[in-house]
Design a protein around this ligand. Sequence first.
Ligand SMILES: *Cc1c(COP(=O)(O)O)cnc(C)c1O
Length: 385
Amino acid sequence: MDLSHILTHLGEERERGYDAVVPPIVQSGNFTYPTVAVMRATVQREMERPLYTRGFNPTVGMLRQKLAALEHAEDALVFSSGSAAIAAAVMSFVKAGDHIVCVEKPYSWTKKLLVELLERFQVSHTFVDGTDAENYRRAIRPTTKFFITESPNSLTFELQDLAAVSAIAKEHGILTLCDNSFNSPLFQNPIDLGIDLVAHSGTKYLNGHSDVVAGVLAGSAAHIRQVMSREFMTLGAVPSPHDAWLLMRGLRTLELRVNRSADNAERVARYLEGHPKVKRVYWPGLESHPQHALALRQMKRVAGLMSIELDAPDEAAVERFCDSLQRFLIAVSWGGYESLQWPVCALKGPSGYYTELPFTMIRLYIGIEDADVLIADLEQGLARI
Ligand SMILES: *Cc1c(COP(=O)(O)O)cnc(C)c1O
């Protein structure tokens, strides 16, 4: 199936949607039937037929088809956040006494899921340096049931060799999940590399307009059915039909947006790498990235998120740089149309989560604006350090 068809038409049953080009938002919590017999038949299939919107909603159903096709998966679920998708997926496949191996420095709430939530249910974990796939093998115990990958991982952009990690997992009957948010489904398809489950923060590239929080989980029909009938339905982190519709609108321009963001990122990364006030650029698309060869092998392109370390004497100099930027909003999240900056020195707080990172580090998200404008803005900012 071609990409344009998936993004523009797949799942949109126009003949049942008032002949509308754009699918309707079926903003209804429940659904009705002409007879008891029809209801009885529907109740037995409540996760694939309209009965109650927590289980199935026609607008959300269209989006699920597109997302499954994008990730080369048999089925996909949409959640009300990316964190909900990851939590439901992990919780569905472990029980008390089991062990999980996770890449070190994962997304902060993935880390909290393991450290603060699953520990309470006697599910243990080991964080490993994922730059060597063998570290996953070394961490395996008889009770290991699940591997978590996030390639590249948050903030420091270290890759895991997904084909190697999934091969190790298969040898030991271990299930694998990859948080693929960074790449979008266009630049990396973990299922093609042997990974079982793919999670996305739909909040980021998939929606692309910074106006929805959503999550995605894609995988085999059997795995998705298990997550759906247990964690998805009981924890109930379901999306609203309106948010699903906004995500579908976002998908129509996904190819344009991620490629533009990646084009801009490439120009910005090369500019920053050559600047004397920038000590280091963390972006796997650069030849200087220690895993550039692996990036070329397993990713189609490198997306628009990166980190930099400034050559700044103190926090005040970092703040001068950040505060002077006019085209990079100071904000969390990423994946929208707008460029953003997320300075590590703004994260010093009681939780202390990122204190192992240098105070000179800033995560930049490169949006879809004119790259020349972004570079000029960085140039004037760097002059103030
Ligand atoms: C944002 C993000 C998440 C969490 O998604 P939410 O939609 O915010 O819950 C997970 N992983 C990565 C890599 C992210 O960037």
